[in-house]
Ligand binder design. Structure first.
Ligand code: HEM
Length: 400
C-alpha cells in the first residue's frame, strides 16, 4: 500500500495546531518538499536546513522572509533581515555594536524591573501567563531600548500581533494586518524624525548618528526609512519570540513537572533549559529564502528562482541530528548538533544574548512565583501566524 503524499500547508488549521507530525513525515518522506500549487520548496532535515542557512549565495534573503513577500518580490521595508552581503555585512557590523554582551548586560536591571512590574501586578493565583506576563514584558524591554515613549510600547506589540496574524488558507496579510503595518511604519517614521530634531540617549538616536560603509568604501549615514525598517523589525523580533518561548515553556513544564522540579532543585540549569526550549519548542518555525541559483543540499537539488522554507523547528526535532529528538530534556547533550532555534549563519539572531537573558531571568522569577502550578490545557489558545508559533492564551493556576 502506498502512503498518502505528505501535504505541508503553512497556513492551515492542522499546521497551526500541531506541526510536528507533518514535520516528521516531511523529513522522512519528502526532505526536499515541493508544493505545486504555490510553487515553493520546503526543507526539514537538520543537515539540509543548516547547509542552506550557511549558503547565502544560493539562498537569498533579499526578497523577504515570508512566502507572500518572496513570491511577489515586493519587500516592504529596508531591513537587515531582508539583506544579502555585502549590504548585510555593513548593516550587521553597525547593529552588532548595539547588542554586544556588554550592551546587553547593561539592560539587566531594566529587564528585572519590567519583569517585577508585571509579575507584581498579578494579584490572583489564576492568571493568563501570556496576556498578563510574557506578552507585555519583552516588548517593553526592546521598545525602551529603541527609545519608544511609554504610551506606545504596548501598541507596538498589538501592531505586530495583527500584522503576523494569518487566516487559514491565505498566505498574505489580512486587511487589519496591512493597516497595522502601515500604522506602525508611520508611527516609527515620525519618531525617527522627532529624534533627528531632538536626539535622546536611545538606539534610534544612536542609529541616526551612526555611519555605515557604502560599496565604494565611502561612509554614509542611515536614512529615515532604513532606521524605521530596523526598529520595526526589532519590535517584532524582540517581542513576539520571547513572549512565545515563555508561553511554550509554561505549557511544556506543566506537561513535564519532573523537568520543572530539576530547575527548582538547581537554578544553574536555567540556561540549559532555555537552550532546550529553543530546540524543542522554539517559536520561529521557519524563514523563507529565494534561490538565486540552483542549490545543492545533502538531500538533493533545488532549482533557481524558487521560494524555499528553511524549517528550523523541524530540523531541531530531526532524529538524524539529536538523540530522542522529540523528548524534552533540559539535561540533554548539547554538543550533538547545532541548535537552530536562534538561526544559524549570517542572519543568526542579532538579539540572541538579550533573548537568552530575558528568558532566563523570567524563568528564574517564575520558579519563585509559581513553584507548583497547573495549566488549564482546555483553555489554551494558539496564534495563527506566519513563521512563529505559540499561544495567545495560557491559563495558569498557582498551587499552594
Ligand atoms: C526567543 C527569542 C528569539 C528567537 C527564537 C529568535 C530567533 C531568530 C531567528 C531564527 C533569526 C534568523 C532569521 C533568518 O534566518 O532569516 C533571528 C534573527 C534576528 N533576530 Fe532574533 N530571536 C529571538 C529574540 C530576538 C530579540 C530579543 C531580538 C532583539 C534585539 C532579536 C533580533 C533579531 C534580529 C535583528 C534578527 C535579524 C538578524 C540578521 O538578519 O542579521 N531577536 N532571530
Amino acid at each position: 500500500m502506498t502512503k498518502p503524499k505528505v501535504v505541508f500547508d503553512p497556513f492551515s488549521e492542522e499546521y497551526f495546531n500541531d506541526p510536528f507530525e507533518m514535520y516528521r513525515r516531511m523529513r522522512d518522506d519528502a526532505p526536499i518538499y515541493y508544493d505545486e500549487e504555490q510553487d515553493f520548496y520546503a526543507i526539514t532535515r537538520h543537515a539540509d536546513v543548516a547547509a542552506a542557512l550557511k549558503d547565502y549565495e544560493s539562498f537569498s534573503s533579499s526578497r523577504g522572509c515570508d512566502l507572500a513577500m518572496v513570491k511577489s518580490g515586493d519587500v516592504p521595508q529596508k531591513s537587515i533581515i531582508f539583506m544579502d552581503p555585502p549590504e548585510h555585512r555593513h548593516m550587521r557590523s553597525l547593529l552588532n555594536k548595539a547588542f554586544t554582551p556588554r550592551a546587553v548586560q547593561s539592560q539587566k536591571e531594566s529587564v528585572i524591573e519590567v519583569i517585577e512590574k508585571y509579575l507584581g501586578a498579578i494579584k490572583s493565583d489564576e492568571f493568563d501567563l501570556l496576556q498578563d506576563f510574557s506578552g507585555p514584558f519583552p516588548v517593553e524591554v526592546i521598545t525602551r531600548m529603541a527609545g519608544v515613549p511609554e504610551d506606545y510600547r504596548q501598541q507596538v506589540r498589538h501592531w505586530i500581533d495583527t500584522s503576523l496574524e494569518r487566516e487559514p488558507g491565505n498566505i498574505g496579510w489580512t486587511e487589519a494586518g496591512m493597516k497595522a503595518t502601515i500604522d506602525s511604519a508611520t508611527y516609527y517614521y515620525g519618531l525617527v524624525q522627532e529624534r533627528r530634531a531632538n536626539p535622546q540617549d536611545d538606539m534610534i538616536s544612536r542609529l541616526i548618528a551612526a555611519e555605515i560603509p557604502c560599496d565604494d568604501g565611502q561612509m554614509r549615514r542611515l536614512d529615515d526609512v532604513e532606521i524605521t525598517g530596523f526598529v520595526t523589525l526589532l519590535g517584532g523580533a524582540g517581542a513576539e519570540t520571547v513572549t512565545k518561548l515563555l508561553g511554550n515553556a509554561a505549557v511544556i513544564f506543566a506537561r513535564h513537572p519532573e523537568q520543572w522540579q530539576k530547575l527548582l532543585d538547581d537554578r544553574n540549569k536555567i540556561l540549559d533549559a532555555v537552550e532546550e526550549l529553543l530546540r524543542h519548542a522554539g517559536p520561529v518555525q521557519y524563514n523563507v529564502r529565494f534561490t538565486l541559483k540552483e542549490a545543492h543540499l545533502p538531500s538533493g537539488t533545488i532549482p533557481a528562482g524558487k521560494p524555499v522554507f528553511l524549517m528550523k523547528a523541524a530540523a531541531n526535532r530531526d532524529p538524524r541530528a539529536f538523540t530522542d529528538a522529540d523528548t524534552f530534556d533540559i539535561d540533554r547533550d548539547r554538543s550533538e548538533a547545532q541548535n537552530l532555534g536562534l538561526g544559524y549563519g549570517i542572519h543568526s539572531c542579532l538579539g540572541a544574548a538579550l533573548a537568552r537573558m530575558e528568558s532566563s531571568i523570567a524563568l528564574e522569577y517564575l520558579l519563585d512565583f509559581m513553584p507548583r502550578y497547573e495549566v488549564d490545557f482546555n483553555g489554551l489558545k494558539r496564534v495563527h501566524m506566519q513563521n512563529v508559533s505559540g499561544y495567545k492564551s495560557v491559563p495558569v493556576k498557582v498551587l499552594r
